[in-house]
Design a protein around this ligand. Structure first.
Ligand code: F6P
Length: 324
């Protein structure tokens, strides 16, 4: 590898706790290998606009425990077009950037693949609370979001139980039910609604009514934002059907994206950041880091973007069994 090899690093799409730990790992591994690192601000939008700055070891000090991303992020429409990609490549060539580490979700990996097809040396690292990226058991940020949901539902259960209420909790996840189904297990919910398994409001109300009859003091219903029923409609329906519990609802929203990353996410992000740069040094690119079993592996970007990650419905079944 040439002496002056320069790596650019960016975060893109929805931020996820642990992205900072990944940036830190990329910068410090690059410096250890005598490479220059350029921090690209605002994701692909910044790549297009030339928002670049040289990063040193101290620039990533004190960020390991911080949520969000110090490089900031964006969802760039311009970059999704071939013209935008061409201009971005031109800008990075002007700045002498030889390779990129792109930390982000499904959409970001599509962008990474588009660049890689045009000859840019790219390594992706999956960062998304949704855990909807094919090729990795878990993405950076998912564990922290799960813990945030668990903490919120634990609190809601206290008040639900005191008032003998049903609480309807909406989780994020876009088109994936991963967060909702896992939350149902770790929070002891009566029902989980996920995009992958359509259900009627009547079926949900029936399950809640049954829980009331079995003597439960509260009921928790987790509704993934992408499910087939809107949270407000479902809350109304359960009240209309008079199932025993009165209903309240909470939309957790962007709270799930913030906060200090868990130990798990810090470790995962650090491992992936180190591996990404080491792979570039060894001449590997056009791939994404993915957790397979206990190790970090490399998955071809073309495979990442051509496959859809599915929720394991065994967990859906498990959540039902445990709701007795
Ligand atoms: O992909 C992460 C995510 O938080 C999804 O769960 C959610 O649907 C979306 O981003 C929200 O996007 P925005 O922050 O642009 O409203």
């Amino acid at each position: 590898m040439a002496e002056k090899f320069k790596i650019g690093v960016l975060t893109s799409g929805g931020d996820a706790p642990g992205m900072n730990a990944a940036i830190r790992a990329v910068v410090r591994t690059a410096l250890t290998n005598n490479l220059e690192v350029i921090g690209i601000q605002n994701g692909y939008e910044g790549l297009l606009n030339g928002e670049y700055r040289l990063m040193g070891a101290r620039d990533v000090g004190g960020i390991l425990q911080r949520g969000g991303t110090i490089l900031r992020t964006s969802r760039s429409k311009r970059f999704m077009e071939p013209d935008g990609q061409r201009d971005a490549i031109r800008k990075m060539n002007e700045a002498g950037i030889d390779a990129l580490v792109i930390i982000g979700g499904e959409g970001s990996m599509n962008g990474a693949y588009a660049l890689s097809k045009q000859g840019v040396k790219v390594i992706g690292a999956p960062g998304s609370i949704d855990n909807d990226i094919w090729g990795t058991n878990i993405a950076i940020g998912t564990d922290t979001a799960m813990n945030t949901i668990m903490d919120a539902v634990d609190k809601l259960r206290d008040t639900a139980s005191s008032h003998q209420r049903a609480f309807l909790v909406e989780t994020m996840g876009r088109n994936s039910g991963y967060l909702a189904v896992m939350a149902a297990i770790v929070c002891g919910a009566e029902v989980a609604l996920i995009p992958e398994v359509p259900i009627t409001a009547e079926e949900v109300a029936l399950a809640v009514g049954e829980a009331y009859k079995r003597g439960k003091t509260h009921a928790i219903i987790i509704n993934a934002e992408g499910s087939n029923i809107r949270t407000t409609d479902l809350a109304q329906k359960i009240d209309d059907l008079d199932v025993g519990f009165k209903t309240r609802m909470t939309i957790l929203g962007h709270i799930q994206r913030g906060g200090s990353p868990t130990a798990y996410d810090r470790l995962l992000a650090s491992r992936m950041g180190v591996k990404a740069v080491e792979a570039l040094v060894e001449g590997n690119h056009g791939v994404m880091t993915g957790l397979k079993g206990k190790g970090v592996d490399f998955i071809q970007l073309v495979d990442v973007i051509s496959n859809k990650r599915k929720v394991n419905l065994e967990y859906y079944h498990m959540a039902k069994v445990l709701a007795r």
